[in-house]
Structures are given as C-alpha cells and as structure tokens.
Design a protein around this ligand. Sequence first.
Ligand code: ADP
Length: 509
Amino acid sequence: MKRVSQNLFKSLALFYHSIRFRLTLWFVLILAFVLAAFSAFIYFAQARDLQIDEVGQMQEKFARVTAFFRNPDWQNLTLSATNAPGSNAPLQSGDLMILTDMNGQTIQSWGVSPSNPNALIGELVSAASQRHDLNIYEQNISYTNNGKQAAGDYLFIITPVLGGDHLLGFLIIGSPSNLNNQLRRLMLSLFFGSLGMLVIAFLGGLWLADRAMRPVKAITQTARTISESDLSRRIHLSGRDELAQLAGTFDDMLGRLQSAFDRQRRFVADASHELRTPLTIINLEVGRVLSNRHSASEYQKALQTVDAEGAHMSRLVNDLMTLARMDSGQTVLQMEDDVDLSDVAVEAVERLSPLAEHQNVKLEVGGMPELRVRGDRQSLIQMISNLVENGIKYSGANQTVKIETQTRHNGKKDLAFLRISDTGPGISPDHLPKLFDRFYRVDAARTRDADEDSDSPAGNTPAPSAGSGLGLSIVASIVQMHGGEIHVDSKVNEGTTFEVTLPLQSETR
Ligand code: ADP
C-alpha cells in the first residue's frame, strides 16, 4: 500500500514537473484571464443596456400616467390593467402607484400594495426631496398582489407633485424589475460557460501537448537504449517540424558517433594485431636459440632479428602515438610564420638521401622556388619524409623519386604546391580511395618482406621503416591540420605521384 502511494506520488510529481503540464497550465491561465476580462466586459455592457432599457420603460410609463391624469375624463378611464394583454392602461399588472401628501402620507394607492408602505415611502421621499425632478430607484420589497404575499425587485420612479411653486406631495410609480435576475443569470452563464471552456481547454491542451511531446518520449527512450556497445539505434522520426529536425540531428550525431567508435575499435584491433606479429617473431626466435646450443653467428642472427622487430615495434608505437595525439587534439603544432616549404623539402631529401643511396634509388630535386607557408616545421618535415620514404621504399633499385615545389593558382588564390613522384610499381586504382586509411596496405606481405630484405639497422645506413599502413594517415592529418589538401595519382608499372597544396602565407595574412 505504501509502495503504491509512493509510486502514485512519484508519477504525480513527474506529471507536475512535465513540460506538457506546465505548458497546459500556462495556456489555461492565459485563457482564464482572457475569459474573465471578456466576461466582465459582457456583464457590464449588458447590465448598462438592461438598465437603460428598464429606465426607458419606466419613463414611458410615467409619461403615460401623467398623460392619463391630464385627460379631463380620467375618472371614467382604467388606470390599472388586469392581466389583459395589449391593454393600453398606463399601469400593468404587478405595477403600483402611490400618491402621497407633502409629508409622505398616502393619499391614494393603485396596483399591488407593499407590505410596509410607510417605510418604503419614507425612504423614497427622503431620497427624492434632495432632487426635485424625476428620480429612479431600485429596491427589493415584499408586497401583496391579489391577496398573495410576494417579494421582488422593483424599480421606482418618484416625482414631486407641485401646485404652482408649492410642493403638494409625491407620485410614486413602481414596476417589477427583472434586472438583477437577468444579471444573476448572465453571471452564472458566463461563470459556468467559462469554467466549462477552461476544463475543455485543459483537457484538450493536455492531449495536444501529449501528442506534441510524443517524439520527445521517443527520443528519450532511444537515448536510454543507446550504449557504447550498441550505437546502431536511430529515432527515425518522420515529419518536418522542429522535433523531427532535432531527431534527425540526433540520428546524424549517432551515425557520426557510431562510425567514430567503429573507427576507434578497428584502430585498437589493428594496432594490437600489428604489435602481435613482431612479438610473435621475437618469442619464436628467442625460444629457438634458447632451446639448443648454437654457434656465435646464429646467436648474432637471432639478436639481429630481435633488434629489427624491436625497432619495427617502436616505430609502430611512435606512429600510433602520433595519430592518437592528433585524434585527441593533444598535438599542438608549433606554428611559425614564413616557413619556406622548399627549404623543408630540401631538408627532408637530405635526411633521406643515405637511404636512397642504399636502396639504389635516384633522388631528383626539381624547381624549388621560395614558398612561404605558415606551419609547424617538424610536422612538415615528417609529412614530406613519409612521402619520399614511401617513394624510395616501394620503387626499388634503379628507379627515380622526384620532388619539386611551385606556386599554383586554383582560380581563387595562390597555393604552395608540392609534388613527389616516383617511377615505381604504381598502385592499382581500386586501392587508391583507401590509401590514406589507417593500417591500409596495398600488399601487406610485400611491404613486410621489403622491410625484412633491407639491410641490418645495425649498420650506418638507415633502413626504411617497416610498413604498418600508418604513414599516409599521418601525412593526411598533417596536411589537414595545415589547411591543405593531398591527392594521389598512380598508374601500375609507371609510378605514383602525390600532390600536396598548402595555403600560401601571403594569402592567409
Ligand atoms: P606503410 O607504412 O605501409 O608504408 P603508408 O600509409 O605509408 O604505410 O602507405 C600505405 C600503402 O600505400 C603502402 O603499404 C603501400 O602499399 C602503398 N604506397 C604508399 N606509397 C607508395 C608508393 N610511392 N608507391 C607504391 N605504393 C605506395
């Protein structure tokens, strides 16, 4: 029982704090205010109209009564009508008329008789003596009509009767007034009508708000079911309203999150896979030499293998860290003004010329005009080195890797342009779209074999880094962080060309 009431209280609190309740409440409050103002206007306008109407009728009656008495033959005429409809007698059934002397003593009365005539006359006369023309009052009186006791509102007209300048008495004419009754009915109708409208507005408002908020529920429910392990859920809300747009944005965001998570997962899986291969080789090699006695040269060969795999792993870990830092935005580029891209390219070529020599690859440097860009020198060297190193690594003996820079105009602005081309084996078109993806290698086996064929890192000649498929991803990230673009063009058996464009410094200032 306690639990039930707790749950009830909880849902009531939830309902009370819900947007649909508050929205409806505000809506109903505003409507209540409008209805109250409207009802007050109707009430007072109607009250005034009714009053003007009744007073008008009273004045007419008074005019008829005075006309009646002016008729010299009035003694033979009927003053007070019975219930006969259409009678043109001045007084109608229910009316009363009293003629008093100047002291308020009744001289003669017609029609219904008030239960307490003296008090009534006293009151009316004292009010009328302050003004000397036609006075109108409204009063609730009890009276006897045809022997029956009754009570009701009466509208009185009282006027002094003058003989020359002398006050002779007062003439009082009273007629039943329906004004208060009518107004009371009007007020009740307005009150209950407004109340009914407010109830309908509240229920209708709740229903409408509930309908309008349904998509929000759908969004909330979907959001609840989304977890890191399942980002495949979507709201799929149809329509064009604001909530449908919100849901669409939410779906798009989920899509982006899902692909980011998928990329991240793939990245971690690929990274572990890449690290596992050299570790397995080291384990096998160490296990092999430890199991038996071997000659010194065999130990040396085993150690060289361990050394090469260790070097490969540390390069891989370095690349992974570089990419991870770039992804998390931790890489803060040391941006400098006026970095000469040609100068950077020459530095990269100089660093790699021993490798080229060792691989028997010709390094050719083309036109190198001064190209001032804003950038991080070390990252730019890394970007160019990766591209040149790839050219050397994949071209093989007796091939050429050419590097050149120039200014280009793309129709809008001048750009610094860098081209690195080789006469190597080329890349088939179906690999090109994925070339900059992480861990993507055109031919994984060939890449590793090529590395292992390369000479011992123990010597003075640097060995090309073992292919992990990360080099071009790093290149693309560096280019992107410098606001540039990279394109690749390749023909199998003819060679590969990488083209990088960066904004020229004069353009960015
Ligand atoms: P890796 O560490 O394997 O060199 P990259 O990201 O630098 O990784 O290159 C991705 C793949 O693109 C390489 O495995 C290679 O197959 C191919 N590739 C890159 N540059 C060239 C090139 N100049 N000539 C032929 N193939 C290339």
